[in-house]
Ligand binder design. Structure first.
Ligand SMILES: [Zn+2]
Length: 380
C-alpha cells in the first residue's frame, strides 16, 4: 500500500472571517452572520483540499474558536461560553514569541460540551466529494479547566474527570456516526507537560503520565476496528507562527506517547534539527500491536510555521530516510501541526492569513506528491 497522507486539521481563517469573530465579540454582528462566513470559508477549504489530492478533507476548523475550545465557546474572547465556566483559567500555553493562550476555568458541575464536532462533520459531508476527517480535543487538555490545586465545592475532580471522559467519548462516537472516517485527537499538551515553566504552573507538575492514562480511559472504550481510525496528534505548538515547547527533549514524550492505544499518530518532525533521531525513536517506541492493532506513524514532513514551501523531492527524501527506522507499512506523511489551530492567527511570518492559506494548500499538495514519489522509490 502506498504511504498514506493525512492533514492535522486546521487551516488559516481568511482575514474576513477573523474580522467577523472580532465583530461578534464587539456586538456588531449576530452569530448567524458569523456562521455564514464560517460556512463560506469551510466550503472553500474543502474544495481546495480536494484539489490538492489529499485523502481526507476537512473544513480546516473554520467554524471553531480553536482546536481546544470548540466544545465550550464560540469565540476565543469568550462569546458564547458554556455553563459553569469563567474566562480566567490556566494558560494552556505560553509561546516562544511571548504571547499566551488561556483556557476558561470551571466554576461548578456538571461539565457539559455545548458543541460537538459532529455538527461540523455533518455540514462538511454535504459539501465534500472525498472522505471527511475530524480533529477533536483530548481530555488531557480539557482536564486543565479544573483548577490545578484544591477541589471545586460540590463537584470533585473525580466527578469532573468522569463527566469529561463521557463527553469526549460522545464527541468521537458522534463524529464517526456523522460520517467522519478518521478522528484524530489533538495532544499538543504532551510535550509541554515537561516544560517546567514557572510562569505556567501545571507544566511543573509532571502530568504526562496522568494525561496518557486519562486519554486511554477514553480510547479504550473503542473496539480495535474503531481504534484503527482514531489518531493522536503531537507537536510543540503552532500559533502566530510560534511554538511553545520545542526545547523540551522529544524523548520524554516519545518514550511514553505510544502507550496510548490509538491506531495512528500525527507526529511533528519536519521542524526538528535532528529528524533522524526522531525517526529512530518513533521506530523504537511505536507498537506493532497496540491491543490488537498496529500503530501507524504519520511523520511531519511539512512545517506550517514557515512560509517556504517544501518541494515534493524534499518530502520524498524525508520519508525514504524515515523508512530506514519505521516499518514502511506503518509509515505515513503529515504536517507538523495544524496550519492555524486558533481562530485569530495573524501568521506574521507569512505576512497575512490569506497568503498563508494559499501557502498551506501548496504545501499539502507537495506533501501528497512527495509521498507518492517515496512510495514509488520504496516499491510500496
Ligand atoms: Zn499541533
Amino acid at each position: 500500500m502506498p504511504i498514506p497522507t493525512e492533514l492535522v486539521g486546521s487551516l488559516p481563517r481568511p482575514i474576513k472571517l477573523q474580522q467577523a469573530y472580532q465583530d461578534l465579540d464587539d456586538g456588531k454582528i449576530t452569530f448567524e452572520d458569523l456562521q455564514k462566513l464560517q460556512d463560506e470559508a469551510a466550503a472553500d477549504s474543502i474544495k481546495r483540499l480536494e484539489q490538492t489530492g489529499e485523502t481526507y478533507v476537512t473544513d480546516g476548523e473554520q467554524r471553531e474558536s480553536s482546536f481546544a475550545t470548540y466544545p465550550i465557546t464560540d469565540t476565543l474572547a469568550g462569546t458564547g461560553l458554556a455553563d459553569n465556566l469563567a474566562g480566567d483559567g490556566q494558560y494552556f500555553a505560553i509561546f516562544d514569541d511571548g504571547h499566551h493562550r488561556q483556557l476558561p476555568r470551571l466554576t461548578g458541575g456538571p461539565f457539559k460540551y455545548k458543541t460537538f464536532a459532529a455538527e461540523f462533520v455533518e455540514k462538511n459531508k454535504q459539501i465534500a466529494s472525498k472522505p471527511v476527517k475530524q480533529a477533536v480535543i483530548a481530555p488531557s487538555m480539557l482536564m486543565l479547566l479544573y483548577p490545578l490545586e484544591g477541589e471545586i465545592e460540590g463537584y470533585s475532580r473525580d466527578q469532573f474527570l468522569d463527566d469529561l471522559c463521557d463527553q469526549v467519548e460522545k464527541d468521537i462516537r458522534q463524529a464517526f456516526a456523522a460520517g467522519a472516517q478518521r478522528v484524530s485527537i489533538d495532544f499538543t499538551e504532551g510535550r509541554l507537560a515537561n516544560k517546567n515553566d514557572s510562569r505556567n504552573p501545571w507544566t511543573n507538575n509532571d502530568m504526562l503520565q496522568d494525561f496518557i492514562d486519562l486519554n486511554n480511559r477514553v480510547i479504550d472504550r473503542f473496539s480495535p476496528e474503531e481504534r484503527k481510525n482514531i489518531g493522536i496528534h503531537t507537536c510543540p505548538g503552532g500559533d502566530n507562527d510560534s511554538v511553545h515547547s520545542k526545547e523540551v527533549p522529544y524523548e520524554k514524550l516519545l518514550s511514553k506517547m505510544f502507550q496510548l492505544n490509538a491506531g495512528y499518530f500525527l507526529i511533528q518532525c519536519a521542524s526538528e534539527e535532528d529528524k533522524e533521531s526522531v525517526y529512530q525513536m518513533v521506530g523504537q517506541y511505536s507498537r506493532e500491536d497496540a491491543n490488537g492493532i498496529p500503530q501507524v506513524c504519520f511523520m511531519g514532513v511539512i512545517n506550517p510555521l514557515d512560509p517556504t514551501v517544501e518541494t515534493p523531492e524534499q518530502v520524498r527524501d524525508q520519508l525514504v530516510t524515515a523508512a530506514k527506522y519505521i516499518p514502511v507499512e506503518r509509515l505515513g506523511a503529515t504536517d507538523d501541526c495544524g496550519f492555524s489551530p486558533f481562530s485569530r492567527d495573524e501568521k506574521p511570518k507569512h505576512g497575512s492569513p490569506d497568503f498563508a492559506r494559499d501557502v498551506a494548500m501548496q504545501k499539502i499538495a507537495n506533501r501528497v506528491k512527495g509521498a507518492q514519489m517515496a512510495s514509488e522509490e520504496l516499491g510500496v
